[in-house]
Write a protein that binds this ligand. Structure first.
Ligand SMILES: Nc1ncnc2c1ncn2[C@@H]1O[C@H](COP(=O)(O)OP(=O)(O)OP(=O)(O)O)[C@@H](O)[C@H]1O
Ligand SMILES: [Mg+2]
Length: 504
């Protein structure tokens, strides 16, 4: 590398079009060794597309990428060989294989056909040490590790391959809060080793902790590239959205109606005797660490999973357990956190996904009316600010955050009596987040009872009227908004004992 140009990667005039849609438009920037560069932008701004180009998975329509003084190779395998690795949001490990085999995946060295077992093992251990996993038994099947450990193992796998450039696409969006710190620490360690890091996130606070520089994409164009010291949270949001975001979650007192939902001593997979209530127009937060049973409770109450004991009443009548259809008849809906696996059929159109399971409004005498369905889908996607080309487009082509908005549009427009929103803002940009909570508040105003959870406890506390704290499948605390005590809530969620302030 020439000393005048310390960049290890440079993007020069990168553009990408899909048909008539321009997704990236003349993007220029570079990554330096030992530097963490943050990449931010609204949902659909083009971040993931840029990463796919860096990974060699997509080729640019115009422009070029230079890696270590050479043109970027054109296949993903060759890009990895050349020292650039990407950690995608979805894990790419092989669940049934051991930790050791996963870390060495695609990179087992041999001499004259003989595996160099000891040497390979040493390399794997070295990678694992650099991500803090040195104490985990190498024979453990990777599916037995936590999500956070699996993600760290993926990073270790990149390190074993002598990565000089590491790209991370929203690495903390699936991590429980307490593991975010660990990941940030690991990334800082890699920087200290001289690796060039590109870090994509919607959690701006993370960038203020670790980034040296932040690059902003807006509608596919690079609009800012400045050292961290030049930014504060407000200027960064303004650069992303091209407008000021006044207050993210404008909570206002609401008139609550009668009790809508009463769940008593519910037992279900991951739920060990939970009782909850909700009133019409009430926003009830579920707070708990990953694995505390937030998702499981929502699934049990909305008929996704069977209940082994306990009762659920909606508007005074019993709802049969274990049946989504029965729950839906009582106006109970669930919006899953894992949109890819449970929420959407990625290969089908946005319109089909919005209509799915609810053909009443778009059919007449049992015949589907396509024009009506299209108009309805168009109206919803406009209202929920889904960025797309057409409602006939496959939902899988939308950016992650926009897929999440499609799920919300589908749920929100059915005037539910009770709705369970499981981490509704996962992977959603700051602007869209406040938009989503705007819709949540509107739903509450219309009298729906809303349960909401998030991996971001502060977010739940800023929107909820009341919260339950969960731990190991049980409710260990309940707080009204006027008694919200962040420290105590976090303490309880982490398994601490109740002190003053608890009111059950
Ligand atoms: N295969 C494709 N065909 C058509 N359009 C596509 C395709 N892939 C991506 N797009 C469009 O490119 C734009 C940018 O998407 P991209 O996934 O890069 O956004 P992003 O910045 O990563 O957003 P998010 O924060 O929501 O993940 C989106 O409008 C998306 O619909
Ligand atoms: Mg993305």
């Amino acid at each position: 590398m020439r000393s005048a140009d310390p960049a290890v990667v440079s993007l020069q005039g990168i553009s990408k079009r899909y048909g008539l849609t321009t997704v990236l438009d003349g993007v220029d920037f570079s990554l330096q060794p030992g530097t963490i560069t943050g990449l931010v932008g609204e949902n659909g701004a083009g971040k993931s597309t840029l990463i796919k180009i860096l990974a060699g998975a997509e080729s640019p329509t115009a422009g070029r990428v230079v890696l270590g003084g050479e043109p970027l190779p054109s296949t993903t395998g060759a890009v990895i060989q050349a020292g650039l690795s990407v950690i995608y949001q979805e894990l790419t490990d092989v669940p049934d294989m051991s930790l050791l085999d996963n870390v060495l995946l695609g990179n087992v060295r041999s001499t004259a056909g003989v595996l160099r077992r000891a040497a390979n093992r040493r390399r794997a251990l070295d990678g694992l040490r650099r991500v803090g996993l040195q104490d985990v038994d190498l024979r453990t099947p990777i599916r037995d590790l936590t999500i956070s450990q699996r993600q760290l193992a993926e990073i270790a796998r990149c390190l074993v391959r002598d990565t000089r450039v590491l790209v991370l696409d929203e690495p903390t969006s699936a991590l429980p809060e307490r593991d975010v710190e660990t990941l940030l620490g690991v990334v800082q360690g890699l920087k200290a080793e001289g690796i060039a890091v590109l870090y994509v996130t919607h959690h701006l606070a993370e960038l203020f902790r670790i980034a040296d520089r932040v690059v902003v994409l807006r509608d596919g164009a690079l609009v800012a590239d400045a050292p961290l010291s030049a930014w504060d949270e407000r200027s960064l949001v303004t650069a992303m959205l091209a407008k000021d975001l006044e207050k993210a979650y404008p909570w206002q007192p609401r008139e609550l109606g009668p009790r809508v939902l009463t769940a008593t001593d519910v037992h279900a997979p991951g739920v060990r005797g939970s009782s909850v209530t909700a009133a019409a127009g009430e926003i009830v937060g579920l707070v708990g660490l990953a694995g505390s049973g937030r998702t499981e409770l929502m699934k049990a109450l909305s008929g996704v999973t069977p209940r082994s004991a306990g009762t659920v009443e909606v508007d005074g009548s019993r709802v049969r357990g274990g049946s989504i259809v029965a729950a839906r008849r009582h106006g109970v809906l669930y919006a899953p956190e894992d949109r890819k696996r449970e929420g959407l059929v990625l290969g089908r159109s946005v319109q089909a996904n919005i209509a799915s399971g609810d053909y009443g409004p778009i059919s007449r005498f049992g015949v589907l009316r396509n024009g009506v369905a299209t108009r309805r889908a168009e109206e919803f996607t406009r209202k929920y600010d889904v960025k797309l080309r057409s409602v006939h487009q496959a939902v899988g082509e939308l950016s992650g955050g926009n897929q999440q908005k499609v799920i919300l549009a589908r749920v929100g427009e059915r005037s539910p009596r009770v709705v369970f929103l499981d981490d509704p803002t996962r992977g959603v940009d700051v602007g869209a987040k406040s938009g989503i909570y705007g819709h949540v508040f509107a739903l509450a105003e219309q009298g729906s009872a809303i349960f909401v959870s998030s991996s971001d406890t502060d977010e739940v506390l800023s929107v909820a009227d009341r919260v339950y704290v969960l731990q190991a499948g049980r409710i260990v605390g309940e707080f009204d908004r006027e008694h919200f005590d962040r420290e105590q809530i976090l303490h309880l969620a982490a398994g601490g004992n109740a002190q003053n302030g608890l009111q059950t």
